[in-house]
Structures are given as C-alpha cells and as structure tokens.
Design a protein around this ligand. Structure first.
Ligand SMILES: *[C@@H]1O[C@H](CO)[C@@H](O)[C@H](O)[C@H]1NC(C)=O
Ligand SMILES: *[C@@H]1O[C@H](CO)[C@@H](O)[C@H](O)[C@H]1NC(C)=O
Length: 431
C-alpha cells in the first residue's frame, strides 16, 4: 500500500516537472497589449502559480510566473494569483483622457489641462474634419465620432494614450530615385499629426522626398519644386509635377520666313501653348532676338537646354501674360491692383483685385479703367485684362485708382443722388 502511494506520488511529481506550468509573461511598459490582450509569450515556470497585476498609479500591468521574488511586484489583494496553464489573462483597464472640444477648447491641443478621464481597455481620439470638433474618451463611447462621414477616429491602448494631435493626415513617405514616380499602392506611408500636411520636394541632398510637413502652416519656397497638399495620400504623381499648359503666346520664327517683328504682331492673335509646364515655375512666353532673326513662342515648348540658354542670354526675354511676347522689350508690372466689377456705378466697399502682369507698349503701362458700356452699365477692370479704347472709358495709372465715376451718366440723377448724400451727411452731423 505504502509502495503504491510512493509510486503514485513520484509519478505525479514526474509529470508536473516535465510539463511545468505555462504562464503569460509580459510587461505593459514594453508591450502595451499586455494590459488588455496579453501578449502570447508562454513561459514554463518552475513554480506552481502564474500572476497578473496592475499598478494602481501607473496602470502598468505585469504578468508572469509567481515566485518568492514576485512578491515585490505582486502585492495582495490587487495581484491575481492562479494555478493552471495560461490562467493569468485578466484584461485590465487603462485611463483615457475624456473631453469634447465644443465644451472645452483645450481638448484640441492643451491636453495637460484635461483633468477628466474614464477607464476602459482602449481609448480613442476623433476629429470631424469638416467642423474641426475633437472628442477624446473611452472606446465604448457611442458618440465618439460626430459626423460619421467626415470623422476620423484613432484608438490606442496605453495609459492616457489618446493625446494624438489631430487631424492626422496619412502621406506617402519615400526618398530617392524610387520616389520620383512611386506606385501609391506599394510605397510606404506615414501619419502626420497635429494638422501637418503632405509634401513633395527635393531634400537638401537633391533627392525627391515625400512625407509630412514639419509644421501645419509650412509653405513651399517661392519658385522651388515643392508641393504641399492636404488630403490623405495626396502627395503622389511624377515629380517635378507637370501641369497642362494654359497660356497663349505669340509664336513665330523669322528664320523660317514668318512675320515676326513687333510691328507685324500688333494685332496678331496669340496661340495656345502645347504640352505641360513645371508647376512650380510660372508659365511663360519668350522672345529671342538674334543677330539676324527673331523667334517668339511658349517657353515650356523649348527643350530644357534652350530654356536655360534663354534665361542666361541677354537677348532672350520671358514674360507671363497672354500674348505678352508680341513686344521686343518686355517689362511686366506685377502686383498692382484695380477694382474689378461689372454693373458697378459705385465701388461699394469691394476690395481691389490683383491684376495679371502687363507688358509694356500696351495702353501705355500698368493701370486701371472705368468704362460706361453701351447698355449704360459700368465696368471696372485692369488695363491688362480688358480693352479700354472707347470714348466712354477713363484710364488711370495708380494702384487701385479706378474709383472715379464713369463718364456719360444722366446729370439729373447724379444731382439727386448728390443731394441725398448731402442730406444724409447733414442729418448725421445734427444727430
Ligand atoms: C516593466 O518595465 C519597466 C520599463 O522597463 C520597468 O521599469 C519595470 O520595472 C518593469 N516591471 C517589472 C515588474 O519588471
Ligand atoms: C502559447 O501556448 C498556447 C497554448 O498552448 C498556444 O496556443 C500559443 O500558440 C503559444 N504561444 C507561443 C508564442 O508559443
């Protein structure tokens, strides 16, 4: 009887030590999944127990084999000790920031000021891209994503992890030769937090780079091959980007027997440019005055060597407005403004608009006009945009100068209006 007992006991021991106890072993500081879905690291224990526990302050979750040494981590009553294979899988909660930007503006970026929280196995942060409304909370919140179509939601499973700066834009992310014209379905992507956008540019080593902007309001340097766009994965397409040409230029070559002098072209009609242009450069017309011939045309129809030559040789000039290369001496006046409107007897508080650049020789330089049309209405515009040749058109040459009345309105009506104006001014003064 005694013998049988010893045999049974030692058999039990033998089985026990050869198989051992299997416990999940993890630390949520290293593997966040440890908190909720314990990471599948099995370890065979010397001991008879597994444990899992959560630190009430840091919310760190630790799981493993229970031994003497575990007692510093595994403190009762919070620590769960158990005794069968893979028994230490309790899902613990984490704290999540809890706020909504319509009620608390700090919910957007000033997250250190958010004091309220909730407990769950996962947190979320969401933004409605249309309204900019931001919500943060626990994953069970059913109103998590207001305005479902425009809403982006992000989940995370670390203590107080829902601190994403929103919106997050996903951008293509690559560099170097493979980045010149990448296949959007295979190229890497990256998420840009805090309202940063997608950018495509040359980096300082001259390689094509696609990724996120450094700051949300980053601008491409003027005239550099660079493009910033706002929607997810918008930074695709062969670089430098090409745009279909839209400008029209005078096109002729006197060496081919074509009329091409300034005088020949005064009333000529410019022709549409063909092909594409580098979007970061301005579309342009050129005139190249050689010793024995003159050539005019669209700048981007030239090959790149000819373009370089034109920009560096003195007798080749470029300009950027419709048909502007009809003149030999092209001087453009960019950046001046005029009031632009139809049916506007008075300006009535409109802001002047920038005029398209105007080459010399046309209407005597930059300027604005006001015109009484045949139907009696009044139009105002830039001299570079519209013709001002009739006797009911008045020009002026200062910035935003076309505020004057148009000629040829019945004087009786103006008289009445003037009188009303005086009465209004007087009555204000009296009051
Ligand atoms: C869990 O990992 C953190 C970070 O490395 C460490 O400070 C902590 O002591 C670990 N906890 C346990 C119980 O090993
Ligand atoms: C751990 O053990 C379980 C149960 O036997 C098994 O399903 C799982 O694949 C194991 N995981 C690893 C990483 O070995």
């Amino acid at each position: 009887m005694m013998k049988i007992g010893i045999v049974l006991f030692s058999t039990f021991l033998f089985i026990g030590s050869s198989v051992g106890l299997s416990c999940i072993q993890c630390n949520s500081s290293h593997t966040p999944e440890c908190t909720v879905v314990p990471s599948q690291v099995n370890t065979t224990c010397e001991s008879k127990n597994c444990f899992d526990t959560q630190n009430s302050d840091t919310k760190e979750v630790v799981r493993g084999c229970y031994t003497e040494q575990s007692s510093s981590v595994c403190k009762l009553p919070d620590c769960k000790i158990c005794d069968f294979d893979r028994c230490n899988t309790k899902a613990y909660n984490i704290d999540c920031l809890l706020c909504e930007s319509p009620k608390d503006e700090n919910c957007k970026t000033e997250l250190h000021l958010i004091k309220s929280s909730c407990e769950s196995t996962a947190c979320f942060a969401s933004i409605n891209r249309g309204t900019g409304e931001v919500h943060r909370g626990c994953k069970e919140d059913t109103s998590a994503c207001p305005g479902v179509n425009d809403c982006q939601i992000y989940y995370c499973d670390k203590q107080r992890c829902n601190t994403q700066k929103l919106p997050i834009t996903t951008c293509l992310n690559c560099m170097g030769p493979d980045c010149v014209d990448p296949d959007p379905s295979v190229v890497d992507t990256m998420e840009c937090e805090g309202g940063n956008k997608c950018i495509t540019k040359y980096n300082d080593k001259g390689q094509v780079f696609r990724g996120c902007t450094q700051v949300p309001d980053e601008k491409c340097p003027d005239g550099e091959a660079c493009r910033i766009c706002e929607s997810d994965k918008c930074n695709f397409g062969k670089f430098p980007f090409q745009e279909p040409a839209t400008l029209s230029c005078m096109k002729c070559d006197s060496s081919q027997g074509q009329f091409c002098s300034e005088n020949d072209l005064v009333s000529g009609v410019p022709q549409k440019c063909e092909g594409t242009y580098n979007f970061h450069e301005k579309e342009a017309c050129y005139v190249n005055i050689r010793a024995t011939s003159i050539e005019r045309g669209c700048f981007f129809e030239l090959n790149s060597d000819d373009r370089k030559e034109c920009l560096t040789k003195g007798e080749c000039r470029v300009c950027h407005s419709e048909g502007c290369n009809r003149y030999d001496n092209i001087i453009e006046y960019p950046g001046y403004k005029c009031h632009v409107c139809d049916n506007c007897e008075k300006i009535a508080g409109r802001n002047p608009l920038e005029c398209s650049p105007m080459p010399t020789n046309k209407n005597g330089g930059p300027g604005c006009f006001v015109n009484r049309n045949d139907d009696g209405t009044v139009s105002r515009n830039c001299l570079s945009s519209s013709d001002c040749s009739g006797n009911k058109c008045v020009k002026c040459n200062e910035d935003s100068c076309n505020t004057m009345d148009a000629p040829g309105k019945g004087s009786a009506l103006i008289g009445v209006k003037g009188l009303i104006g005086v009465l209004v001014v007087l009555s204000y003064k009296i009051l």
